[in-house]
Ligand binder design. Structure first.
Ligand code: GDG
Length: 467
């Protein structure tokens, strides 16, 4: 079996700080690396004098962690700049927040080149290389430039925008050409894949063949849809065991018998947190019977807090949460609990199970794992209801959720009311359909399906494309 080499911007810490604290993606990737043996390569999160010197190597059984530092300039231009102030907002349809400049793009290319040159000596001829996410789109091109002939796959965790949006990026052509250097590129949803193919047809003069094959820039690339899953069994187990924990019991008793709505998101403008609180405010206004009982718990650990747009969204949220509480709170009841900190995974699972509604309303999201975790954490005998944005990739797989438009404040408030008054029978029916889906398509199925397609590379023009 070929070794797997995973490349991502950040590598999960070699030593897990606390049991249950690691994210689902890290768990899924680690399982694949342990199974097959392999390397996890990326930035270790440190900033030092010099970028990407010799990687520091730590081995744990058949798995090797190879990590590098970044210097301040590379961090500023590659990570803070091009990745998080150009690509992230643009790919989430936030042209108003996107900033473009050539210096950051050069830094992005330079850092990808540097990573490729440090990874190259660690590779073996039969390796399967799997690159993750928007920070590293040019990795394949840079690796090929060093003579690397291994199979190369890329998975995009965030949405791929339609050509009309992508065209605002001055380097759109270079970015798409870099995508076409991979053997396989995977997207979260069919609409992301279609948006990529539209660019190939409309802007690159390329060809689209059968079975997701695309030809452009003199290269053939296999495109596919691989919706990421969660570690369903572990979330279910964590949730069942966490309900009796002291923390979950404390949460329950603090509710005084009232219903709990929960949102859990990195503090990011793509997650629709302001609109969510406004919809909750509208619920209190339109359905006064909830006043004095219902509580909305919004957990929002800070993220990318050195980026000004993230400081802005934090201020905005504090203002809305304060306004809702100021308007409706009583001496013995406060409607919103807005927490600017994180919890460990097991605790979160217990919180999910205690909540009557999972409130997941991003304005744009590649997938959204919280939606899936909320469903997997429910008690089958008395499950809660998921209220889910149509703009989350997860909405394609979970149509039994109450699907909402997060920009429609009244519509979201109505969906919340529907969720809060739904019969047990309907809740069970909806939950069962979603849970079955999450068991069939978990994180293991996700990585295995991607690796299987990558194993069959390279794909050539003879396979379903006109010559
Ligand atoms: C990107 C894409 C795509 C959150 N707070 C805490 C905590 N979390 C965990 C959640 C979930 C994960 O972080 C967040 O995943 P999401 O999918 O919701 O969102 P992004 O971080 O934006 O992820 C997204 C994903 O990549 C995977 O492809 O779905 O669309 O944007 O697992 O539970 N975990 C802990 N404490 C917290 O306070 N332990």
């Amino acid at each position: 079996m070929s070794r797997l080499v995973v490349v991502s911007n950040r590598v999960a810490p070699v030593k897990q700080p606390r049991p249950g604290s690691q994210g689902g993606l890290a768990v899924g990737i680690l399982a694949a690396l342990r199974d097959r043996g392999g390397i996890w390569f990326g930035w270790n999160g440190n900033i030092s004098e010099q970028s990407a010197q010799k990687p520091s190597i730590v081995s744990a059984g058949r798995l090797t962690y190879a990590t590098v530092d970044l210097n301040q300039t590379d961090y500023d231009e590659y990570y803070f700049g091009f990745a998080n102030r150009s690509l992230w907002p643009l790919f989430h349809y936030r042209l108003d927040l996107s900033e473009f400049n050539r210096r950051d793009y050069e830094g992005y290319r330079r850092t990808n080149r540097l990573f490729a040159s440090r990874l190259r000596p660690l590779l073996e001829p039969d390796d399967l290389i799997w690159v993750h996410d928007y920070h590293l789109i040019p990795m394949a091109e840079e690796l090929r430039n060093t003579g690397c002939e291994q199979r190369l796959g890329f998975f995009l965790h965030i949405p791929w925008p339609t050509p009309q949006v992508l065209l605002a990026l001055p380097q759109h052509r270079q970015i798409v050409r870099a995508m076409c250097t991979y053997d396989v590129v995977g997207f979260q949803t069919e609409s992301d894949r279609k948006a990529f193919c539209s660019y190939i047809l409309e802007e690159a003069g390329g060809l689209i063949g059968d079975n997701g094959l695309v030809r452009a820039f003199g290269r053939t690339v296999k495109t596919g849809v691989f919706p990421i899953g969660i570690d369903t069994e572990t979330v279910t187990r964590f949730a069942a065991s966490a309900v009796d924990s002291r923390t979950t019991q404390r949460l329950k008793s603090s509710l005084g018998g009232g219903d709990l709505l929960i949102g859990v998101d990195r503090l990011d403008y793509s997650k629709g947190l302001t609109q969510r609180l406004e919809a909750f405010e509208h619920l209190l206004e339109a359905y006064p019977e909830h006043r004095g009982h219902i509580v909305m718990l919004q957990i929002a650990p800070p993220s990318r807090s050195d980026v000004p747009e993230y400081q802005q969204i934090q201020r905005e949220l504090e203002a809305v949460a304060g306004r809702v509480n100021g308007r409706y709170a009583e001496f013995d009841w406060v409607p919103t609990r807005y927490l600017n900190k994180g919890f460990n995974r097991r605790t979160l699972c217990g919180f999910f199970r205690t909540s009557k509604v999972g409130f997941v309303t991003p304005l744009r999201d590649g997938m959204n794992l919280v939606a899936k975790e909320y469903v997997a954490a429910q008690d089958p005998k008395d499950p809660g209801v998921l209220v889910l944005s149509r703009f989350a990739g997860a909405a394609n797989e979970l149509p039994e959720a109450l699907i909402v438009n997060p920009f429609d404040t009244e519509g979201v408030a109505e969906a919340l009311q529907h969720a809060l008054t739904m019969s047990l029978e309907e809740r069970r029916e909806r939950w069962q359909a979603m849970y079955d889906q999450l068991c069939r398509h978990d994180i293991t199925a996700w990585r295995e399906s991607f690796i299987e397609v990558l194993t069959r590379a390279p794909y050539s023009t003879r396979q379903g494309l006109p010559n």
